[in-house]
Write a new protein. Structure first.
Length: 211
């Protein structure tokens, strides 16, 4: 199990190999592994020593990244209607968690300016792969913060619970949409978008962060 478990160790691997994984999903898993592991280790949300203050700080930094990134990618045209992007937006969940944890005005928190290059839909799809993949790892985080911090959805754990019991179906739907969209002509850009999202999030968290 990875150190941080925000993002799944192998998105799309559960059952996917038996069903036939789209080439782009295999590439994403394999080619973004170093960047994925770097942010997992930096966030370290599965630490036994995690405190409520440390947890809140991590949410502050995630909010500072998610808010501008979601604004950018969700404003792009061409997304498959089946993705239901509005229902996949995580910024409101982070805002609710931060308020529950004592941040009266999350909108006043610092926002990341050094964002991934999301100029087009292939790169944005790669970025969304990272953010949707986090919903799988969030299941592990939810159990951990409940045990060590006593945090549930109503008092600061909505982001990691995200889709609740529908997380598997949501991931399957995203995987299918990405598999249908990706082609040899745009796969490289999808992978670049995912890798850069991991890298920029890592830089945002570690460059100005604290433990």
């Amino acid at each position: 199990m990875p150190h941080g478990m925000v993002f799944p160790a192998s998105p799309g691997s559960t059952g996917a190999a038996r069903q036939g994984t789209a080439p782009v999903l295999s590439r994403l898993k394999n080619e973004t592994r170093p960047q994925h592991e770097a942010i997992e280790n930096a966030l370290d949300l599965m630490s036994e020593g995690l405190t409520t203050e440390g947890y809140r700080y991590r949410l502050e930094r995630l909010y500072g990244f998610y808010r501008p990134v979601e604004q950018r990618i969700f404003n792009l045209d061409g997304w498959p209607a089946t993705l239901d992007l509005q229902a996949r937006c995580k910024t409101p969940l982070l805002e609710a968690d931060l308020r529950a944890l004592g941040i009266a005005s999350p909108s006043e928190l610092p926002l990341c300016q050094d964002l991934p290059d999301l100029r087009d839909l292939p790169r944005a799809f790669g970025c969304l792969y990272v953010m949707e993949g986090a919903t799988l790892g969030g299941q592990f985080i939810t159990r951990h913060i409940r045990r060590v911090l006593g945090i549930e959805a109503q008092n600061g754990g909505r982001f990691f619970q995200s889709y609740g019991d529908a997380v598997g179906a949501r991931w399957k739907g995203f995987r299918a949409a990405l598999g249908a969209y990706a082609s040899p002509a745009n796969e490289d850009e999808v992978v670049r978008g995912a890798a850069e999202t991991f890298e920029k999030l890592h830089r945002w968290y570690t460059g100005e962060g604290r433990e």
